[in-house]
Design a protein around this ligand. Sequence first.
Ligand code: GYE
Length: 309
Amino acid sequence: FILAACTKPLEKEEPTIVVGFSQSGTESSWRKRHTESINEELAKENYQVLYKNGFMNQERQIQDIRTFIAYKVDIIVFTPLKEDGWEPVLKEARDAGIPVIITDRNVNVTDSSLYLTHIGPSFKAEGNRAGLYVYNYFKEKDQKTINIFELKGLASTSPTTLRHEGFSEVIQRDSRMKITQTKSGDYIRLKGKEQMTKLIQSGEINKIDVLFSHNDEMTHGALDALKGSDIQPGKELIIITIDAQEDMILKLKSGDVNAVVECNPNAGWYVRNTISRYLKGNTIPEEVYMPETIFSDQSPLKTIPTRNY
Ligand code: GYE
């Protein structure tokens, strides 16, 4: 074996980059695609990826990140379940010299040097698009009051806060429009169904003109509940939902919902690109926005691109 060692000079191998990816949960098809997209793209590089699912439990996610730090990964990619409570663990990562990329939901920290960048959609713009649809829908209609039921996502998360803000900002332009009921369905289908069932049972549904739902899963739940009522979704109740999962585009085509605001889950390419630029020593912008649009009964339905979620 001495001979063999002499004839072939040892090549200096680049050390493998290890990426720790902490996902918040698996509550929606959207989320599953978000996870897949990141794992798929990172697999195209020669990285070793450690993936952990937090199962919608913040403590668990903090533990997952601590595991990555103990393992001395090179980079952490992280989707926070909620906005608050990450400061200590992010400081631990910084002290260990590990850069952190936040994707999808954002964190609420005073010191922005605790993470490298945030990659995700503009949730505020999504809310604006939803509001604009409602505003335009009723613009020419001779109706004195427009009552809105807002089905919110998980509290204390950036999409929930910003979707609400963006929506409210636009509907304020029309004094007839009011959010008269707000309930939370935590982005979960069953909870969306529960909240809509309560609204139907209380009779309050008869006063509502619009359902603004923060995600498709809850909208599916609400549509399920509406089957047990005499309210016709999409006609007597105008429905605007966010995500644009394939199963919701079908509901748009069948007229059960009126507008579907796209939320782009395909973050993988952006994450991969950011990591490789970072490794090459490039400056990374603090915020990387992903492009999105809206699909509605006001635009051609045939041209909606096939969804991968
Ligand atoms: O809209 C929803 C998911 O954080 C933007 O979380 C994401 C939201 C998305 O459960 O479907």
